[in-house]
Unconditional design. Structure first.
Length: 171
């Protein structure tokens, strides 16, 4: 599928993020945004030109219809109907709507690129927190756990003995 000015419309690949090459994705981001911002601006210009062309065509048709009527009376409603039914004007309006559609998609793409930027920021933050790392077991976990339990048990026994001794001394 192509836009009204012949450009391919498959820009979805521009939104894909390779989480294993975040540095490259960050380098690509400004260029992608610039490309789509310029494309959006060009489409806005094309829409303005298309609107101007439709307005000019309507004015020319109005003048032609009034000139061709000569001395005979013609109503404003009849003029408006003849203008609306003109095939060239209808085609110009269709072309204008096509450009507006392309502009809406381009504006949506800029919004999507803003979301992509935020996604990149979040991925970098997650990467910095080792979110994507694989879990590793410490080398001496089993021994440490046993030693911790033994130390903890010994400490708890000592605390219990001291409490019992204090209670006896207070009596």
């Amino acid at each position: 599928m192509r836009t009204s000015n012949g450009e391919p419309t498959d820009f979805n690949n521009d939104l894909v993020i390779d989480q294993h090459a975040l540095d490259q994705e960050w380098l690509r981001q400004p260029m992608l945004y610039q490309f789509h911002a310029e494309r959006t601006a060009e489409l806005r210009r094309m829409l303005d030109l298309a609107k101007e062309a439709v307005t000019d065509m309507e004015a020319e048709l109005d003048r032609e219809i009034r000139d061709s009527a000569g001395d005979s009376k013609i109503t404003e409603k009849a003029i408006a109907q003849k203008i609306a039914l003109n095939p060239k004007l209808r085609q110009a309006k269709t072309d204008m709507l096509d450009v507006k559609f392309d502009l809406d998609k381009a504006t949506g793409m800029l919004t999507s690129l803003d979301h992509r930027r935020r996604a990149l920021e979040n991925l970098v933050e997650l990467h910095g927190r080792d979110y994507f790392s694989t879990p590793r077991e410490p080398k001496s976990v089993k021994g440490e756990n046993f030693e911790r339990k033994a130390v903890s048990k010994t400490a708890n026994e000592k605390i219990k003995k001291r409490r019992e001794q204090r209670e006896r001394d207070e009596d």
